[in-house]
Design a protein around this ligand. Structure first.
Ligand code: ATR
Length: 293
């Protein structure tokens, strides 16, 4: 997005849509090459015959604030926000949901008519919705691997639902920082997290272990310590079946992949911007898998 006078930009945009602006939303990030959000939202817009457009909006960190103001002025309903802007989105929001406040970050911005910017953090909520759709109870004991932004959102959401949550992270400093931020979050040592598996109902991997091209882990021996009714979730979706999920499936455990979380968190924004609650069904998953190639 280049720097252009807001009024001429708005005029140009309106003209490019033949004089009437459709409902507009998009995803803001830097870089944005791999975002699946446009395929997801535009697929739903087509399916429900809604006159709207969801655009990829690459925005460098130094242009974030001005870019958001411009999008507001252009008549966008709001945006999804991805790396590296989630903390900046939290800062720019004039009103925040409780979960966004707890996370200290926002991944969904809704532009109000009065200039207000509502900030929400829907990753954790989307994650929980997806678990629920897979029949996983949310009030049990959960062990989360990792202490980055995704872990923070998931821990906050699970704790809000009444889960008893622990984290394990390679860097102890980050693990301690996160448990200090989220009151009631415990942490266990990275070296012996598998020994805790006998006492948990849900294991969630939010680290990059097992992601395409990244380092991996000896999940098989870790899972040998799990109870038979453990549910295992991974937030990575490339590959869709990570080595953790493959080992869990072989061990006969219930598995939840990362695509559902992406779909569920997107539903929140879609409902607000486009006025329709979209289906998170097999057709949606298939369309996304097609976009993944
Ligand atoms: P996000 O904010 O998307 O969760 P992130 O901040 O890059 O991403 O976090 C990645 C997570 O993967 C971190 O918890 C990281 O552990 P450290 O805090 O110790 O860096 C974890 N991670 C990455 N590579 C890892 C590895 N080889 N072994 C264990 N954990 C790893």
């Amino acid at each position: 997005m280049d720097r252009e006078r807001p009024d001429s930009a708005r005029l140009r945009l309106t003209e490019s849509f033949g004089g009437t602006l459709p409902r507009l939303a998009g995803v803001v990030g830097w870089p944005l090459d791999h975002s699946l959000s446009p395929a997801l939202h535009n697929g739903w817009l087509r399916r429900y015959h809604i006159s709207g457009r969801y655009l990829k909006l690459p925005l460098s960190p130094e242009n974030f604030k001005a870019g958001i103001k411009l999008l507001q002025h252009l008549g966008f309903r709001g945006v999804n926000v991805t790396i590296p802007h989630k903390e900046d989105a939290f800062q720019i929001a004039t009103r925040l949901t409780e979960i966004a406040r707890r996370c200290g970050s926002a991944n969904t911005l809704v532009f109000g008519d009065d200039g207000e910017i509502f900030g929400d953090s829907t990753d954790g909520t989307g994650f929980c919705e997806n678990l629920r759709a897979h029949g996983v109870a949310l009030h049990g004991r959960a062990l989360i691997l990792g202490a980055g932004g995704a872990a923070r959102a998931i821990c906050a959401a699970l704790m809000e639902k009444g889960s008893d949550v622990s984290i394990a992270n390679r860097s102890v400093t980050r693990a301690k920082a996160l448990s200090a931020q989220l009151h009631g979050l415990r942490h266990v040592s990275w070296d012996d997290w598998p020994s805790h598996l006998g006492a948990v109902d849900l294991l969630v991997n939010t680290t990059s272990l097992g992601m395409q091209g990244a380092a991996d882990y000896d999940w098989e021996s870790a899972l040998s310590k799990a109870r038979d009714d453990l549910s295992v979730a991974d937030i990575v979706y490339v590959p869709l079946e990570t080595s953790l999920l493959r080992q869990a499936r072989r061990r006969g455990l219930r598995t939840v992949d990362g695509l559902g979380m992406l779909i569920e968190q997107a539903r929140v924004g879609f409902r607000t911007w486009f006025g329709k609650d979209p289906q998170a069904d097999d057709a949606t998953r298939r369309a996304l898998l097609g976009a993944l190639g």
